[in-house]
Design a protein around this ligand. Sequence first.
Ligand SMILES: [Zn+2]
Ligand SMILES: [Zn+2]
Length: 337
Amino acid sequence: MQYFLGKSGKFFKANLHSHSTVSDGELSPEEVKKVYKSNSYQIVAYTDHEVLVPHKELNDDDFLAITAVEIDCTEPGVKFPRAKTHHLNLLSKDPDKTTFGCFNLSHVWQPHSLAYVSEEQKKINFPFSYSTEVLNKAIKLANNEGFLVTYNHPYWSLQNLDGYSGFEGLWGMEVYNSISDFFGTPEDDRPFDDMLKLGKKLFPVCADDSHKREHCCRAFTMVECQKLDYGEVMTALEKGDCYSSFGPTISEFSFDKGKFFVKCSNAQRIELLTDRRYGLRVLKEKKPINEAIFDMENFIRQNKDDEKTAYVRLVVTDENGKKAYSRPVYLDELENF
Ligand SMILES: [Zn+2]
Ligand SMILES: [Zn+2]
């Protein structure tokens, strides 16, 4: 049996997008920790706008703060509600990191955030402009500096395929964002699928983007690793030993001899989607379902020639329409076939 999720059975619950009083959030970093910890999260990425601030003082046996920053670049000359924008989260593999290369002082739009900018950081002035080419340079720089980069809330940013298809080097893309869902334009997994179909390998992210208490603890990423250790968590994220959700949980996603096996919390739909005009689903009848087996032997045989780009991905939907998403599994990863 080959496991994509559930081999160790040890999952840590993370919110990979949050704001605090360091930028435009209402809760202090300590209050953010308190809220998430009391709702059984163990990991929070502090992605305050434009400033990279480690919060190691918050770490304890059951809580890990990921050092991170959210950067943005907005279309010039258009009024804000209609201006297109690109927002990227940079998650640092090094917990002690306090500078990053795609920083520009003029982008720090919360005056009080300036207090968190070191003299060393102020010397770096990345020449931002609203262009895919320039932002690809920012992403490349971030990757070289050890950041995993997520493309945030494409719908809220008023983007379509033309806007995001040119990006390279992304680790993830948001498929759900709590604040967009409740207070803006709901996200979904279409832009993520567009990117996968262009041959870009990236992971789905459901996150809160919490700015106030009421945005917190709706979405999560489950990270599968042995212990709550910064290096282990970031390695698991980088490898894709994780899934993202705003409702259901997945306890197993595995493969053996042409069949995929799924175990999950109560669901009304368990689907295996592909990049082809083909997908399989198991629907609830009278009672919610908790497992599914998908025979994909024919699909794998027919698409073996494209095994580097052909993928399957799991989507679990609960009775309230809330979803959990696995990463794409490429046919060239499959063993025991
Ligand atoms: Zn944003
Ligand atoms: Zn944000």
